[in-house]
Design a protein. Sequence first.
Length: 292
Amino acid sequence: MLDGMNQGLGATLRQVGRTPGERRTVLTALGPFLLAGEVWLVAAAGVLLAGFPDLERDLWFVAYPLVIALLVTWVLRDAGVWLRSRRPGVRWRSGWERVVVVASVGLPLSAGALLGTALVWLPPQPSLTARVVVPVLTALSAVAVTRVLGTTFLATRTSGVLRERATRLAGRALPWSAGLLAASAITYVVLVPADGPLTAVLPPLVVLAGSGSALVARPALATGRLHRALAAVVVGGVLPVVAAAIALAPAASPAPTLELVLLACVPVLLAAQGWVWWTFRHPVGPRDAVFY
Protein backbone atom coordinates (compact mmCIF):
# COMPACT_ATOMS: atom_id res chain seq x y z
CA MET A 1 0.00 0.00 0.00
CA LEU A 2 2.98 2.36 0.38
CA ASP A 3 3.31 2.12 -3.40
CA GLY A 4 -0.41 2.84 -3.57
CA MET A 5 0.09 6.53 -4.36
CA ASN A 6 1.88 5.53 -7.57
CA GLN A 7 -0.79 2.97 -8.45
CA GLY A 8 -3.66 5.39 -7.89
CA LEU A 9 -1.89 8.12 -9.85
CA GLY A 10 -1.36 5.76 -12.78
CA ALA A 11 -4.97 4.59 -12.69
CA THR A 12 -6.25 8.17 -12.97
CA LEU A 13 -3.56 9.42 -15.38
CA ARG A 14 -5.97 10.07 -18.25
CA GLN A 15 -8.78 11.34 -16.01
CA VAL A 16 -6.73 14.03 -14.32
CA GLY A 17 -4.57 14.80 -17.36
CA ARG A 18 -6.82 15.42 -20.35
CA THR A 19 -4.18 16.71 -22.76
CA PRO A 20 -0.69 15.36 -23.56
CA GLY A 21 0.85 18.32 -21.72
CA GLU A 22 -1.26 17.73 -18.61
CA ARG A 23 -0.42 14.04 -18.61
CA ARG A 24 3.25 14.95 -18.90
CA THR A 25 2.85 17.07 -15.74
CA VAL A 26 1.12 14.19 -13.94
CA LEU A 27 4.03 11.87 -14.75
CA THR A 28 6.44 14.58 -13.61
CA ALA A 29 4.63 14.60 -10.27
CA LEU A 30 5.16 10.82 -10.08
CA GLY A 31 8.87 11.22 -10.91
CA PRO A 32 11.04 10.43 -7.89
CA PHE A 33 8.31 8.56 -6.02
CA LEU A 34 8.01 5.62 -8.42
CA LEU A 35 11.26 3.91 -7.42
CA ALA A 36 10.86 4.99 -3.79
CA GLY A 37 7.48 3.27 -3.66
CA GLU A 38 8.72 0.16 -5.42
CA VAL A 39 11.37 -0.27 -2.75
CA TRP A 40 8.52 -1.26 -0.43
CA LEU A 41 7.16 -3.81 -2.90
CA VAL A 42 10.60 -5.40 -3.17
CA ALA A 43 11.10 -5.24 0.61
CA ALA A 44 7.71 -6.87 1.25
CA ALA A 45 8.54 -9.71 -1.15
CA GLY A 46 11.99 -10.10 0.42
CA VAL A 47 10.64 -10.28 3.98
CA LEU A 48 8.03 -12.83 2.90
CA LEU A 49 10.59 -15.02 1.12
CA ALA A 50 13.37 -14.76 3.70
CA GLY A 51 11.40 -14.31 6.91
CA PHE A 52 8.31 -16.48 6.40
CA PRO A 53 9.27 -19.31 4.02
CA ASP A 54 6.44 -21.62 5.14
CA LEU A 55 3.80 -18.91 4.71
CA GLU A 56 5.24 -18.00 1.32
CA ARG A 57 5.19 -21.63 0.18
CA ASP A 58 1.54 -22.14 1.19
CA LEU A 59 0.42 -18.81 -0.26
CA TRP A 60 2.17 -19.45 -3.58
CA PHE A 61 0.52 -22.89 -3.71
CA VAL A 62 -3.06 -21.66 -3.25
CA ALA A 63 -2.76 -18.34 -5.13
CA TYR A 64 -0.15 -18.85 -7.86
CA PRO A 65 -2.27 -17.19 -10.62
CA LEU A 66 -2.66 -14.08 -8.46
CA VAL A 67 1.10 -13.93 -7.88
CA ILE A 68 1.67 -14.08 -11.65
CA ALA A 69 -0.99 -11.42 -12.25
CA LEU A 70 0.65 -9.14 -9.69
CA LEU A 71 4.08 -9.51 -11.27
CA VAL A 72 2.80 -9.01 -14.83
CA THR A 73 0.83 -5.87 -13.96
CA TRP A 74 3.78 -4.52 -11.98
CA VAL A 75 6.11 -4.96 -14.97
CA LEU A 76 3.57 -3.46 -17.39
CA ARG A 77 2.97 -0.45 -15.15
CA ASP A 78 6.70 0.25 -15.05
CA ALA A 79 7.11 -0.35 -18.77
CA GLY A 80 4.35 2.11 -19.55
CA VAL A 81 5.88 4.82 -17.36
CA TRP A 82 9.39 4.32 -18.74
CA LEU A 83 8.42 3.96 -22.41
CA ARG A 84 5.60 6.48 -22.75
CA SER A 85 7.86 9.44 -23.54
CA ARG A 86 10.52 7.58 -25.53
CA ARG A 87 8.89 8.56 -28.84
CA PRO A 88 6.97 11.70 -29.81
CA GLY A 89 4.15 9.98 -31.72
CA VAL A 90 0.60 10.52 -30.44
CA ARG A 91 -0.39 6.86 -30.91
CA TRP A 92 2.77 5.63 -29.17
CA ARG A 93 2.20 7.82 -26.11
CA SER A 94 -1.54 7.22 -25.98
CA GLY A 95 -1.02 3.46 -26.16
CA TRP A 96 1.48 3.37 -23.29
CA GLU A 97 -0.71 5.69 -21.22
CA ARG A 98 -3.52 3.16 -21.52
CA VAL A 99 -1.13 0.41 -20.47
CA VAL A 100 -0.24 2.45 -17.38
CA VAL A 101 -3.93 2.95 -16.52
CA VAL A 102 -4.92 -0.71 -16.94
CA ALA A 103 -1.84 -2.06 -15.15
CA SER A 104 -2.23 0.46 -12.32
CA VAL A 105 -5.71 -0.94 -11.69
CA GLY A 106 -4.62 -4.56 -12.13
CA LEU A 107 -1.72 -4.27 -9.68
CA PRO A 108 -3.79 -3.34 -6.57
CA LEU A 109 -6.60 -5.63 -7.76
CA SER A 110 -4.30 -8.67 -7.79
CA ALA A 111 -2.47 -7.59 -4.61
CA GLY A 112 -5.76 -7.09 -2.75
CA ALA A 113 -7.06 -10.45 -3.94
CA LEU A 114 -3.79 -12.07 -2.82
CA LEU A 115 -4.18 -10.52 0.63
CA GLY A 116 -7.77 -11.73 0.88
CA THR A 117 -6.76 -15.20 -0.26
CA ALA A 118 -4.15 -15.34 2.49
CA LEU A 119 -6.81 -14.44 5.05
CA VAL A 120 -9.31 -17.13 4.04
CA TRP A 121 -7.13 -20.00 2.81
CA LEU A 122 -4.30 -20.16 5.31
CA PRO A 123 -6.08 -19.91 8.72
CA PRO A 124 -8.77 -22.49 9.73
CA GLN A 125 -10.68 -23.14 6.54
CA PRO A 126 -13.91 -21.11 6.23
CA SER A 127 -16.82 -21.81 3.91
CA LEU A 128 -16.57 -21.65 0.12
CA THR A 129 -18.59 -18.41 0.26
CA ALA A 130 -15.90 -16.77 2.40
CA ARG A 131 -13.15 -18.00 0.09
CA VAL A 132 -14.83 -16.17 -2.81
CA VAL A 133 -16.35 -13.10 -1.16
CA VAL A 134 -13.44 -12.00 1.04
CA PRO A 135 -10.79 -11.91 -1.76
CA VAL A 136 -13.24 -10.04 -4.02
CA LEU A 137 -13.90 -7.42 -1.34
CA THR A 138 -10.23 -7.00 -0.46
CA ALA A 139 -9.36 -6.67 -4.16
CA LEU A 140 -11.97 -3.96 -4.70
CA SER A 141 -10.91 -2.26 -1.46
CA ALA A 142 -7.31 -2.14 -2.63
CA VAL A 143 -8.32 -0.51 -5.91
CA ALA A 144 -10.48 2.08 -4.12
CA VAL A 145 -7.85 2.85 -1.48
CA THR A 146 -5.05 3.27 -4.02
CA ARG A 147 -7.29 5.53 -6.09
CA VAL A 148 -7.80 7.78 -3.07
CA LEU A 149 -4.09 7.67 -2.26
CA GLY A 150 -3.06 8.52 -5.82
CA THR A 151 -5.48 11.38 -6.37
CA THR A 152 -4.80 12.94 -2.96
CA PHE A 153 -1.07 12.64 -3.54
CA LEU A 154 -1.49 14.20 -7.00
CA ALA A 155 -3.46 17.09 -5.53
CA THR A 156 -0.51 17.91 -3.24
CA ARG A 157 1.97 17.68 -6.14
CA THR A 158 0.14 19.82 -8.71
CA SER A 159 -1.70 23.12 -8.89
CA GLY A 160 -4.48 24.85 -10.79
CA VAL A 161 -6.87 22.72 -12.82
CA LEU A 162 -4.94 19.49 -12.19
CA ARG A 163 -5.22 19.98 -8.44
CA GLU A 164 -8.94 20.69 -8.74
CA ARG A 165 -9.58 17.54 -10.77
CA ALA A 166 -7.47 15.36 -8.48
CA THR A 167 -9.18 16.73 -5.37
CA ARG A 168 -12.61 16.15 -6.92
CA LEU A 169 -11.75 12.56 -7.85
CA ALA A 170 -10.35 11.89 -4.37
CA GLY A 171 -13.54 13.21 -2.77
CA ARG A 172 -15.66 10.92 -4.94
CA ALA A 173 -13.50 7.86 -4.22
CA LEU A 174 -13.34 8.31 -0.44
CA PRO A 175 -16.86 6.98 0.32
CA TRP A 176 -16.22 3.91 -1.87
CA SER A 177 -12.93 3.28 -0.13
CA ALA A 178 -14.43 3.62 3.36
CA GLY A 179 -17.48 1.51 2.45
CA LEU A 180 -15.50 -1.35 0.91
CA LEU A 181 -13.10 -1.47 3.86
CA ALA A 182 -16.02 -1.57 6.28
CA ALA A 183 -17.70 -4.31 4.22
CA SER A 184 -14.46 -6.32 4.23
CA ALA A 185 -14.20 -6.05 8.02
CA ILE A 186 -17.82 -7.07 8.60
CA THR A 187 -17.57 -9.98 6.14
CA TYR A 188 -14.41 -11.20 7.85
CA VAL A 189 -16.15 -11.25 11.25
CA VAL A 190 -19.22 -13.05 9.90
CA LEU A 191 -17.64 -15.64 7.59
CA VAL A 192 -14.07 -16.36 8.75
CA PRO A 193 -13.47 -18.50 11.87
CA ALA A 194 -10.80 -17.14 14.19
CA ASP A 195 -8.18 -18.90 16.31
CA GLY A 196 -8.94 -16.74 19.33
CA PRO A 197 -10.39 -13.45 20.54
CA LEU A 198 -7.35 -11.46 19.36
CA THR A 199 -7.62 -12.56 15.72
CA ALA A 200 -11.42 -12.42 15.85
CA VAL A 201 -11.81 -8.84 17.03
CA LEU A 202 -8.61 -6.86 16.51
CA PRO A 203 -8.16 -7.14 12.68
CA PRO A 204 -11.70 -5.93 11.87
CA LEU A 205 -11.34 -3.06 14.34
CA VAL A 206 -8.07 -2.00 12.70
CA VAL A 207 -9.67 -2.10 9.24
CA LEU A 208 -12.64 -0.09 10.51
CA ALA A 209 -10.18 2.48 11.85
CA GLY A 210 -8.74 2.69 8.33
CA SER A 211 -12.25 3.17 6.99
CA GLY A 212 -12.81 5.92 9.54
CA SER A 213 -9.81 7.85 8.23
CA ALA A 214 -12.16 9.03 5.46
CA LEU A 215 -13.93 11.09 8.12
CA VAL A 216 -10.69 13.04 8.58
CA ALA A 217 -9.63 13.12 4.95
CA ARG A 218 -12.83 14.37 3.36
CA PRO A 219 -13.21 17.63 5.36
CA ALA A 220 -9.47 18.25 4.94
CA LEU A 221 -9.83 17.85 1.17
CA ALA A 222 -12.83 20.16 1.09
CA THR A 223 -10.96 22.92 2.93
CA GLY A 224 -7.73 22.57 0.96
CA ARG A 225 -5.64 21.06 3.78
CA LEU A 226 -4.14 18.57 1.38
CA HIS A 227 -1.20 17.33 3.45
CA ARG A 228 -3.54 16.51 6.33
CA ALA A 229 -5.83 14.68 3.92
CA LEU A 230 -2.88 12.76 2.46
CA ALA A 231 -1.70 11.72 5.93
CA ALA A 232 -5.19 10.45 6.74
CA VAL A 233 -5.54 8.38 3.57
CA VAL A 234 -2.03 6.93 3.99
CA VAL A 235 -3.03 5.74 7.47
CA GLY A 236 -6.23 4.33 6.00
CA GLY A 237 -4.21 2.44 3.38
CA VAL A 238 -1.63 1.00 5.76
CA LEU A 239 -4.01 -0.15 8.54
CA PRO A 240 -5.61 -2.99 6.50
CA VAL A 241 -2.12 -4.44 5.96
CA VAL A 242 -1.49 -4.22 9.73
CA ALA A 243 -4.82 -5.98 10.31
CA ALA A 244 -3.86 -8.77 7.90
CA ALA A 245 -0.56 -9.23 9.73
CA ILE A 246 -2.44 -9.66 13.02
CA ALA A 247 -4.88 -12.12 11.48
CA LEU A 248 -2.14 -14.18 9.82
CA ALA A 249 0.18 -14.23 12.85
CA PRO A 250 -1.04 -17.66 14.08
CA ALA A 251 -0.36 -19.19 10.65
CA ALA A 252 3.09 -17.63 10.25
CA SER A 253 6.25 -19.00 11.83
CA PRO A 254 9.03 -16.41 11.38
CA ALA A 255 12.56 -17.44 10.49
CA PRO A 256 15.18 -16.74 13.22
CA THR A 257 16.83 -14.01 11.14
CA LEU A 258 13.63 -11.99 10.59
CA GLU A 259 14.14 -9.70 13.57
CA LEU A 260 17.63 -8.79 12.34
CA VAL A 261 16.33 -8.12 8.83
CA LEU A 262 13.58 -5.82 10.09
CA LEU A 263 15.86 -4.01 12.52
CA ALA A 264 18.43 -3.40 9.79
CA CYS A 265 16.23 -2.60 6.78
CA VAL A 266 13.01 -0.94 7.86
CA PRO A 267 14.55 2.15 9.56
CA VAL A 268 16.78 2.70 6.51
CA LEU A 269 13.80 2.44 4.14
CA LEU A 270 11.72 4.79 6.28
CA ALA A 271 14.53 7.33 6.41
CA ALA A 272 15.03 7.14 2.64
CA GLN A 273 11.29 7.52 2.02
CA GLY A 274 11.15 10.51 4.36
CA TRP A 275 14.07 12.16 2.57
CA VAL A 276 12.44 11.64 -0.84
CA TRP A 277 9.15 13.10 0.37
CA TRP A 278 10.79 16.12 2.03
CA THR A 279 12.99 16.85 -0.97
CA PHE A 280 10.25 16.56 -3.60
CA ARG A 281 7.23 17.73 -1.61
CA HIS A 282 6.63 20.90 -3.62
CA PRO A 283 4.08 21.11 -6.47
CA VAL A 284 5.34 20.64 -10.01
CA GLY A 285 4.44 22.37 -13.28
CA PRO A 286 5.03 22.02 -17.03
CA ARG A 287 8.52 23.56 -16.76
CA ASP A 288 9.87 21.19 -14.10
CA ALA A 289 12.50 18.58 -14.92
CA VAL A 290 11.08 15.19 -15.87
CA PHE A 291 12.25 11.75 -14.74
CA TYR A 292 10.52 9.57 -17.36
